[in-house]
Ligand binder design. Sequence first.
Ligand SMILES: [Zn+2]
Ligand SMILES: [Zn+2]
Length: 430
Amino acid sequence: MPKNVSNTLTIFFFVLVSIATLAQTKSKSIHLEIQQRTEQIFDSLVKIRRDFHMYPEVGGEEKRTSTKIAEYLRELGLEVKTGIGGYGVVGILKGAKPGKKIAWRADIDAMPSKAPDVVDFTSKHEGVRHICGHDVHAAVALGIANVLVQQKEQLEGTVYFVFQPSEENVKGALEMIDDGLFDIIEPEEMYAMHVTPFPAGTIAAKPEEMFADYKRIDLLFNKNVNREELFKFGKQALLSLENIDPDSKFWNMQNMGDPQMGIASANTIYTNFTTVDKNNFSIKEITEGVRISGYFSFSDKKQRDASIAALKKKIVDSKYAKDFNAAELVKVFPTLDNNERLVNETLKQLTDIYGEDSVLRMYGVVADGRSDDFAFFQPKAPSVYFFMGGSNYEKGIIAQTHSPDFAVDEGCIKTGVNFFSSLIVERLRP
Ligand SMILES: [Zn+2]
Ligand SMILES: [Zn+2]
């Protein structure tokens, strides 16, 4: 190779490497700026969270909460739309540069609870408390909006902040959709997170299901059968679908965070299971015949489909074959279904910025079938629902949602704002 060509090439590569390094340094400095800004506003976010905590509102009544949210977003200079699907609020942040469109959803409702608060900033609304952490979700989302506004000049694309009411009663997401949410926002990707018992400072996700798929199965038979015998048979058939490792202890919620067998371990016991709710069978006469129902938690689609197939075979092989009409799956809660590509990409991006100790890949599925109505948004755009750790075991703080002594280490607000602001900046890039 002639020397001058070689020289030109060297210079060319040098320039390329410099551009790459420059881009990397620039990208790094954005994340440093994000962390600095989060640090600056952290105390104010804790204050906001405590305010939401002291004035909790159940689904459909989030008037005060949504007013506060809209005020905060307007003060930041965002375009704000209110009254979407009840007390839903949308804040739109347009970056100075072209890029993608990303939505971040936070749920804002509290829930009924008569148990006393375990914190000093107790609920002033009798019988209502934030024991699912939605006060934290709202504060984190406002924090992300604040941090990203500071980055507006460098920000590529548009960020939509969706504050959703009525998550606990599984109505809010659908109500926002029915009220035209997706005429206002056109996200190419959509994200959300929920506080979980993992340690504060961590986030986690997995592809597809995060929670077991909780469904009812209805068996439909003709009328002319002995009901008592049929019920006995139907119950047995439904019970026989239980499929758990005999050593498995996954009904014990405490083990879900266990490093060896928990949901974030590659050797998790919370996988490939079907459980049957043993206290919840019914037989009912309906116009078309007789219906026997039972409730199930499936770890994944494969378990669910295999169970239905096994059930049908059992009935077809029995004396009830000629009177059997159908086995139907009935939705009880929506099922989260994380986009696999996005899970892989986002966990890698977050690991690159915040380190592998803080970013957990989940292998297991939460055995409790209670999911999140973010599931209704998921068919609208590729999306990921994250878990965000809220516990501090040393301080005795366990963020066990819906537990009467639910509490969070407020340090997790910092993690949420940092991680998800960084993530949105990275994801916006065209
Ligand atoms: Zn909840
Ligand atoms: Zn919740």
